[in-house]
Design a binder for this molecule. Structure first.
Ligand SMILES: CC(C)(COP(=O)(O)OP(=O)(O)OC[C@H]1O[C@@H](n2cnc3c(N)ncnc32)[C@H](O)[C@@H]1OP(=O)(O)O)[C@@H](O)C(=O)NCCC(=O)NCCS
Length: 252
């Protein structure tokens, strides 16, 4: 299969954690491609970040990671930092390629990826699709996810893809659920009236919100709802526009 055995260029990103308000000092982290030995740590960081117990079925595990590394090694990233106990995985970004355009009918997460080992990865796909992104709770708010997006955008550049898209989980909805429907909340996030810790951060990183995807993925905090977010690679041929303006689709 094309791309699977190609050599992967190093990810040249080493960022200081010094801007952390909580930890002074010269702790540093690196963005790297996933190796097989990262599998269990990736599962654990996913569980901690999403408040699932470690071992939760349906949360990507080391067997899934092994298959992802076989299928699309260039698309799998971790952030690691050195601790007195050795190297520690503190963040991850998992991706696949797809030809299913973001302007098409939005699909649920599992329908998009096929299974937890990315059965629907298309090695020729024109889009990068964000499968998972998570940062260990102790390391959030220090630019780790931003560094991972930088690595993903650089990959989309290198592969000359049309861009990247994902379903951003509306994690902040849990504080609003007594007052607003999830659609009304999503509209406020889209218009910048409320800050969602996941989707607003993605919008600040250059993604444009397009529409709400109900029942996107199991996630109680987000009422299982995602926001379709799209980043078009500058210089790529213009992508098809969505059929209607996103706000119009939200106000139903
Ligand atoms: C969403 C997530 C990946 C962000 O990771 P992160 O490393 O904390 O993100 P960054 O440090 O790069 O922060 C990005 C921005 O969000 C802001 N931010 C981060 N956490 C915040 C918080 N709790 N409240 C307000 N702002 C916050 C940062 O200040 C930064 O803003 P900036 O635009 O001013 O730079 C991480 O919080 C996480 O793992 N969440 C749980 C899982 C999840 O939601 N995954 C994504 C599913 S789509």
């Amino acid at each position: 299969m094309k791309g699977v055995h190609s050599s992967i260029p190093d990810v040249q990103l080493e960022i200081s954690l010094e801007r952390s308000a909580h930890r002074a000092g010269a702790e540093r982290y690196r963005v790297e491609h996933v190796r097989l030995e990262h599998g269990q740590s990736i599962h654990e960081v996913l569980c901690y970040a999403n408040k699932f117990p470690v071992g939760t079925k349906g949360c990507i595990d080391k067997a899934n990671i092994k298959e992802m590394v076989r299928l699309f090694p260039e698309g799998q990233f971790v952030v690691v930092t050195d601790t007195p106990k050795g190297e520690k995985v503190i963040g991850l970004a998992l991706t696949m390629r797809t030809d299913y355009a973001p302007s098409a009918r939005p699909l649920g997460w599992l329908e998009m990826i096929g299974d937890l080992s990315l059965a629907k990865h298309d090695p020729e796909g024109a889009w990068l699709y964000g499968v998972e992104k998570a940062v260990h709770p102790e390391y959030q708010g220090r630019g780790v996810a931003s560094a991972l997006y930088k690595a993903q955008f650089a990959l989309a550049e290198r592969l000359r893809l049309k861009g990247m898209y994902a379903g951003g989980m509306l994690k902040g909805y849990e504080s609003y659920r007594e007052r607003l429907s999830v659609r009304a909340y999503a509209g406020k996030v889209m218009r910048g009236e409320v800050f969602d810790p996941t989707v607003s951060m993605q919008m600040r990183r250059g993604f444009k919100p397009r529409t709400v995807i109900e029942n996107y993925a199991w996630d109680r905090q987000a009422d299982h709802t995602g926001m379709l977010i799209v980043w078009e690679r500058p210089g790529a041929a213009p992508a098809e526009r969505p059929a209607s303006r996103p706000e119009a689709r939200l106000q139903r």
